[in-house]
Write a protein that binds this ligand. Structure first.
Ligand code: SF4
Length: 238
């Protein structure tokens, strides 16, 4: 089985527990205004790789994963665009007793293939772009319906989930929206952690490489006070 990846990182520490081998899949179906992986969007570029090649690479780092409680995270782009490939990869990783995680926006309807993949997935990092549908469309070009339904599906299955949201001043920091997000998260029974990711523009230069206008020009990263206020609403320890 062959998949298309953008790149991989061998010692990731921010996409799931422990030290992780993080695979960035090529191709995305959203157009988030703050995207710092603009170069993962196109399904026509990237590098073809087989499950066997990837597993051979991953195994080299197994001792680091084992000693840190880590594993493998498949990110993107949108990994659920290549569900069959990731399913085959995770099946192989499970033979080696390696923890598996998917970092996704969940913006694709739950399909038979996604249900299969979840059988081999230990953790889902679910990025809820915006709890308000209109604001979600403005921020990402897509509604949040599929994401919220995916969250509910994972809750029904009791798949462990970490909910993530990027905190962008003027876009995702409205107190009423954060309270709605918290209420939605509280309605789920499988959420192990909530992560608030402060917005930054470190990936802005990639937009220039594609001759794309960066829509969040001039938007600053949230201040410490703004981060703490949002965390308090979401019930995240300061
Ligand atoms: S889902 Fe991720 S990769 Fe896709 S546009 Fe949004 S931030 Fe970028």
């Amino acid at each position: 089985m062959v998949g298309k990846i953008h790149s991989f990182e061998t010692f990731g520490t921010v996409d799931g527990p422990g030290i992780r081998f993080v695979i960035f899949m090529q191709g995305c179906c959203l157009k988030c205004k703050y995207c710092h992986n603009r170069d993962t969007w196109s399904v026509h570029s990237g590098k073809m790789i087989t499950v066997e090649e990837l597993v051979k690479e991953i195994i080299k780092y197994k001792s680091y994963m084992d000693s840190s409680g880590g594993g493998v995270t498949v990110s993107g782009g949108e990994p659920l665009l290549q569900t069959d490939f990731i399913c085959e990869l995770f099946k192989e990783l499970k033979k080696h007793n390696i923890h598996t995680a998917i970092d996704t926006a969940g913006s694709i309807p739950v399909s038979y293939e996604i249900k299969e993949l979840l059988k081999y997935t230990d953790l889902v990092l679910l990025d809820i772009k915006h709890i308000d549908n209109e604001k979600c469309i403005n921020l990402t070009s897509a509604p949040n319906k599929n994401t919220l339904e995916f969250a509910q599906y994972l809750s029904n299955l009791n798949v462990p989930v970490w909910i993530r949201q990027v905190l962008i001043p003027g876009y995702t920091d409205d107190k009423f929206d954060l309270k709605r997000l918290k209420d939605f998260i509280d309605s789920l029974k499988n959420v192990e952690k909530i992560e608030l990711l402060p917005y930054h523009d470190l990936g802005k230069f990639k937009w220039a490489e594609f001759q794309d206008e960066y829509a969040l020009e001039g938007v600053k990263s949230p201040t410490q006070a703004e981060i703490e206020a949002a965390k308090a609403i979401l019930g995240i320890d300061l």
